[in-house]
Design a protein around this ligand. Sequence first.
Ligand code: KIV
Ligand code: ZN
Length: 389
Amino acid sequence: MQKAQDGRVLIFDTTLRDGEQSPGATMSHREKLEIAEMLDEMGVDIIEAGFPIASEGDFAAVKAIAEQTRSATICGLSRANFKDIDRAWEAVKPARSPRIHTFIGTSPLHRAIPNLTMDEMAQRIHDTVTHARNLTDNVQWSPMDATRTEWDFLRRTVEIAIKAGATTINIPDTVGYTAPVESADLIRRLIAEVEGAEDVIFATHCHNDLGMATANSLAAVEGGARQVECTINGLGERAGNTALEEIVMALKVRHDILPYDTGVDSRKIMAISRRVATVSGFPVQFNKAIVGKNAFAHESGIHQDGMLKNAETFEIMRPEDVGLSGTSLPMGKHSGRAALRAKLKELGFDVADNQLNDIFVRFKDLADRKKEVFDEDIEALVRAQGAAE
Ligand code: KIV
Ligand code: ZN
């Protein structure tokens, strides 16, 4: 069984399963293998490679990822029935470290779908987790919609899953309904009150319907969760899942109050973010935390001036730590003289103060008409200035 060491949070990436469930985000077999390799190389602990019963293609991709992966545990998802579990096991079995992940919806709304009584569901959980545990000693169990499940029933089902042999208990906030204070309390209470809780790892799996997935995941870690489930760029059903890059960087930048490490090399974040955006066809929004085009860009005069003097004035992390070569100071109507002077120097122009003033006036005039002023525009302004003299 995979155990988290003290102070370590396991990163479980589900870009290839929950991420691929984003409508329209389907990836090809070759692309999935490529993403899995990048995840493995960056130090992700567990890769949920797919849902093997879902299609022949999903099965083949999970199996191929299991065969190629060198370090990470490879996990396959299955519903709570023997056929799904056997199919998942067939796919992940070649992995150096395979895991079966089985789930069932435990909230009243989800119980109504298979029309099971609480006792029937409890029995189903016992039988399916036992079946999975007879195949492997690495079994993850999830009560889907856990955050809208009655406390007594949630506790009862988690206890049954642990007794039947689950080694990781994942608590999904399937519809992004919970709030940080509840997320922490729920994990804390499960750890305190469930019999056998000390023998398993608790995981958190949050969706972003209210924009709280990262906050809820970090709160769950404070409550005692030691596995965070996430996706690259926050890809996933509806508004997506917790973004891997946000968890990794939050734990790095705020280690003072969140003293937990991951095994992820954060310098590989930008490369995989761009690749996932391309293969999924889901571009990253410009102002997305960590990986958005503007996450390390500063346009206003005050900010650019500050950045030129000391990068810490407006940046809480180094762009190099997420795999960028540096900060960007795009030139626009909010830029000031200091940034223009720096830009001219970068372009190889050494101008006197009076020339700078003239160029600055014409630069502002142009910037008022254009969203962004490019290097070529500035070069043209300097040349026009030279011709006018
Ligand atoms: O959001 C969810 O509940 C899930 C489960 C299958 C774990 O993705
Ligand atoms: Zn999910």
